[in-house]
Design a protein around this ligand. Structure first.
Ligand SMILES: CC(C)(COP(=O)(O)OP(=O)(O)OC[C@H]1O[C@@H](n2cnc3c(N)ncnc32)[C@H](O)[C@@H]1OP(=O)(O)O)[C@@H](O)C(=O)NCCC(=O)NCCS
Length: 445
C-alpha cells in the first residue's frame, strides 16, 4: 500500500471510530436472499462472509437470516416437483417438502462451513466465529388463505427471546434458517424476510438490515411517513417494494433503524454501518435530524463545516474565539452527532433589524431543503424578538436569497453600526427581507 493510501486508511479508521463504539454489543439482524450464497458467485459469497466476520470482530451481535429461494427452486427442479405461488408465497405441499428440507439443510451446512473457515487467505483468517442455530423461532401453519391451503408454508408463532438473547450475550452468532418447527413437531417453510422482521421486532434489535439484490434507488434516509407513499409507486421494483414494506412494518414494531443495502456492491454494508455518508437507505420512525440552538460543544463541528467555505471565500473568516463568544447566536442541524448545517442571527435591536449570517449546509446534504428550513427558523426567531427586517450580505448566493423573498438593497440600508463594518473590498451584495407579523412564505415545514 502506498503512503497516501495508508494515510487515507488511517483517516477512514478515525472517521469510523464513533460507529465502532456505537455498534459494540448491539444486536443486528442481517437478512439476505439465497442468491447471496448461490454457487458460482464465490467472490460475493466471500465478501459477505468477510463482512460478517468483520462485524462480529468489531463486537456486533449478529443474527443471520438467509433466504433459500434459488436453492429450493434448484432442488425442486432436480426432483421434478413443481409448486405454485399464492399471494406471493410458495405453496409448500407434501410432495415439495422433502426437496425444500434438503435444499435448506444443505444451504445451512454450507453456510456454517464457510463461517468456520480459518485458513490463511480466507475471509475468516484469524477470526474464531462461534455460530449456532436454534429452534428459538417457533412456527405455525399459514393455513387456508383465500380458499387455498398453503400446506407447510408457515409463519412465525413466537420467538423465544430469552434463549436467543443468552446465545447472543454469550458471544455466539445466530444462524437462523427459514425452516422452523412448530410445537407439534412439524417443519414449516417461512419467508426469510418475515423471520428476520419478527426476530428484529421481538429481540428489539438495534438494527434490521436487508441486503438487496438490486440497487437501492431511494433517499439515504426516510421516515416511515415519507416511505409510505413510495409503496404505491409503480416504478419501484417488486423486490424493493417488498423490502420497503417489511422495513416500514419493522419500524412500526419498534425496530429503531432498518437499513436497505445493495448486497452486490463491494463494501456497501461496511460503508452503510461505519461511515457518515452511508451507502444504502436508512428507515426510521422519526427524522434523525434535529434542528436546535448551538451550544459551546458545537464549535468544533461548526468550524469543520464552515472552514472549507471560508477558504473558498464564500463565507467570511470567523476565528474560533469569536465563534465561541457568539455561539448563542447560532443554530445547527445535527445528524448522528455531526453538524450538517448552521446559520446565525445578529440583532440590531434599536433598528429592529437582524442579520442572517453563516448560512451553510454540508455539501453532501444540499438540495434537501435544509437551508430553507433554517431560514424559516431564523425568520421566526427574528420575528419573536421584535425584528421587522432581515438582511444578509452575500457574494456567491444572491439568487438563492432572491428565490427566498429577499430583494437587493444598498449598503446604506444596513444599520449604521453594520455599515461601519462593511468590507468594501469583499463587495458583498446586500439583500433584505421584510418580516411580516403573520409568518413567512418560505417555511416549507
Ligand atoms: C446555499 C446553501 C446554504 C443552500 O443549502 P441547501 O440546503 O442545498 O438549500 P435548499 O435545499 O433549501 O435549496 C436548494 C436549492 O438552492 C439552489 N442553490 C444552491 N446554491 C445556490 C446559489 N448559490 N445560487 C442560487 N441557487 C442556489 C439549489 O440549486 C437548489 O435549487 P434546485 O433544487 O431548484 O436546483 C448551500 O448551497 C451552501 O451551504 N452553500 C455554501 C454557503 C453559502 O453560499 N451560504 C450563503 C452565505 S451568504
Amino acid at each position: 500500500m502506498s503512503t497516501p493510501e495508508l494515510s487515507l486508511m488511517a483517516q477512514w479508521l478515525r472517521d469510523a471510530s464513533p460507529y465502532i463504539y456505537a455498534h459494540q454489543d448491539r444486536v443486528f439482524v442481517l437478512a439476505f436472499a439465497g442468491e447471496a450464497l448461490a454457487e458460482g458467485d464465490s467472490v460475493s459469497v466471500d465478501a459477505l462472509i468477510s463482512d460478517i466476520a468483520l462485524l462480529t470482530s468489531l463486537g456486533v451481535r449478529l443474527v443471520l437470516v438467509p433466504g433459500s429461494r434459488p436453492q429450493i427452486e434448484a432442488e425442486l427442479l432436480d426432483d421434478g416437483v413443481s409448486t405454485r405461488q399464492h399471494l406471493g408465497m410458495r405453496v409448500s405441499g407434501e410432495q415439495a417438502m422433502p426437496s425444500i428440507k434438503r435444499a435448506v439443510a444443505v444451504q445451512m451446512l454450507d453456510m456454517m462451513a464457510r463461517l468456520s473457515m480459518g485458513l490463511p487467505n480466507t475471509p475468516l483468517e484469524g477470526a474464531r466465529l462461534s455460530v449456532v442455530s436454534s429452534n428459538a423461532v417457533v412456527a405455525r401453519p399459514m393455513g387456508v388463505r383465500e380458499g387455498v391451503d398453503l400446506g407447510w408454508t408457515g409463519e412465525v408463532r413466537k420467538v423465544e427471546v430469552t434463549r436467543l438473547r443468552s446465545l447472543l450475550d454469550a458471544g455466539h452468532t445466530v444462524l437462523q434458517s427459514c425452516l422452523c418447527a412448530s410445537p407439534t413437531g412439524e417443519v414449516f417453510n417461512l419467508r426469510a424476510e418475515d423471520v428476520a422482521l419478527e426476530l428484529a421486532a421481538c429481540l428489539q434489535a438495534d438494527k434490521l438490515i436487508f441486503l438487496t439484490e438490486s440497487s437501492v434507488e431511494l433517499p439515504k434516509q426516510m421516515t416511515v411517513t415519507e416511505a409510505q407513499p413510495l409503496l404505491d409507486d409503480a416504478s419501484l421494483s417488486m423486490e424493493m417494494a417488498l423490502h420497503l414494506e417489511s422495513a416500514c412494518k419493522a419500524v412500526r414494531r419498534g425496530v429503531e433503524r432498518v437499513h436497505l443495502v445493495d448486497r452486490r456492491t463491494q463494501g456497501a454494508l461496511i460503508q452503510e454501518l461505519y461511515s457518515r455518508a452511508g451507502h444504502g437507505t436508512l428507515l426510521t420512525a422519526e427524522s434523525l435530524e434535529k434542528m436546535r440552538r448551538a451550544s459551546i460543544d458545537d464549535v468544533a463541528g461548526i468550524l469543520e463545516l464552515i472552514r472549507p467555505l471560508e477558504e473558498e471565500g464564500v463565507l467570511v473568516r470567523r476565528p474560533r474565539e469569536q465563534l465561541e463568544l457568539e455561539i448563542d447566536r447560532y443554530w445547527v442541524v445535527e445528524l448522528d452527532g455531526q453538524i450538517i448545517a448552521t446559520a446565525a442571527l445578529h440583532f440590531f435591536i434599536e433598528a429592529r433589524v437582524a442579520e442572517l449570517a453563516c448560512l451553510a449546509v454540508n455539501a453532501q446534504y444540499r438540495r434537501g431543503g435544509r437551508a430553507s428550513r433554517l431560514l424559516a427558523r431564523m425568520e421566526k426567531e427574528a420575528r419573536q424578538r421584535g425584528m421587522q427586517t432581515l438582511f444578509v450580505l452575500t457574494t456567491h448566493t444572491a439568487h438563492w436569497f432572491i428565490e427566498h423573498g429577499f430583494a437587493q438593497a444598498q449598503v446604506d440600508a444596513l444599520p449604521v453600526e453594520r455599515q461601519a463594518m462593511y468590507n468594501a473590498q469583499r463587495r458583498s451584495k446586500v439583500f433584505t427581507k421584510a418580516l411580516s407579523a403573520a409568518g413567512s412564505a418560505t417555511n416549507p415545514s
